[in-house]
Design a protein around this ligand. Structure first.
Ligand code: PSU
Ligand code: MN
Length: 301
């Protein structure tokens, strides 16, 4: 018997079984990336954006040891409200399942579960990456999972709390295409562009879906499909950098590190910018969910 018993919501299982499009959504951004209640609002709006494209959304998390693909609204509420969920990246997944815990899944862990449920498109805000030189050894497991799991992650690039050039070099080493959607530059999450080049550009969902098929026929793993946050919702790059320096100094001051670092920085940034980062985060998650659904439709066509 398989020791991994995925719990797949019936409409998700049916869509996958019939070859209809499904988009996976992650839960760490709900439980640890955004504060109540904007986390629940964002989670529900992302699902609604996927449904509006005629595609089935499947938010993923581990609930009392059950790896659930397609949370119900009550389960979303639990993750968003209680703050008792752990943060499970790839290395934590087996432990939280085997030990019966409740955990939000990061990009890495969500990719792993989505793929095992037959889902190839996944939308989030930003991927993890190599942290800046205040925390030089901290490299997200998201990059390693992208190297090996054939799922396309639609995102607004990498969070600008990271060392983006180094993150892109690591992805190149692992053969991960970093594809700009309607852009030649890798976006930087809250900021419109990082100024770094993407490895390829597509301009519509048909091209994106075709690139995915070819990459996977070549035996490739994950793909990053990056679209910039809309200009009017983006943060000013200089104002953002100042806020980031302050947040990083705070992180060093309190000695936060490891898996606490990303949530700490995001939370401090929201405080320092008086909520501006939350509005930007919300806008880009919704836009990415919509794009992932459009590409999923083409991929299944
Ligand atoms: N994007 C957001 N908010 C988040 C994250 C991404 O808008 O909270 C999460 C993702 O789940 C990502 C994780 O996988 O941060 C990276 O954490 P770490 O650096 O510990 O790998
Ligand atoms: Mn990290």
């Amino acid at each position: 018997m398989n020791a991994l018993q995925l719990i797949v919501r019936p409409d998700v299982a049916q869509a996958v079984g019939q070859g209809r499009p499904v988009v996976a959504l992650e839960s760490t951004l709900i439980a640890h990336g955004l504060p109540w209640p904007s986390n629940l609002e964002t989670a529900l709006a992302a699902e609604a954006a996927v449904r509006a494209e005629g595609v089935v959304p499947a938010t993923i998390a581990v609930i009392d040891g059950r790896p659930v693909v397609g949370l119900c609204e009550e389960e979303l509420q639990v993750l968003a409200r209680t703050g008792r969920a752990e943060k499970a990246s790839r290395r934590d997944l087996a432990a939280v399942i085997a030990l019966g815990k409740t955990a939000a899944t990061t990009v890495a862990a969500t990719m792993a579960l989505a793929f095992r449920a037959g889902i190839r498109l996944f939308a989030t805000g930003g991927i993890g990456g190599a942290h800046r030189d205040t925390h030089p050894w901290d490299i997200s497991a998201d990059l390693v999972e992208l190297a090996r799991t054939p799922v396309t992650v639609v995102c607004a690039g990498a969070k600008s709390i990271l060392d983006i050039p180094r993150t892109l070099e690591i992805l190149e080493t692992h053969g991960v295409p970093v594809v700009g959607y309607g852009t030649n530059e890798f976006p930087a999450f809250y900021v419109h562009s990082s100024g770094e080049a993407v490895s390829a550009r597509v301009d519509n969902p048909v091209q994106a879906a075709h690139l995915m098929r070819v990459h996977w026929d070549l035996g490739g793993g994950g793909i990053v499909l990056a679209q910039p946050v809309e200009k009017h919702a983006a943060l000013d790059p200089n104002a953002f950098l100042n806020a980031l320096s302050e947040a990083e100094q705070n992180a060093l001051g309190v000695g936060v590190r490891g898996k606490e670092l990303t949530p700490y920085l995001l939370n401090r940034l929201a405080e320092i910018t008086e909520g501006q980062t939350l509005r930007t985060n919300h806008a880009l998650v919704i836009a990415n969910a919509r794009l992932a659904a459009q590409v999923a439709r083409e991929f299944c066509a």
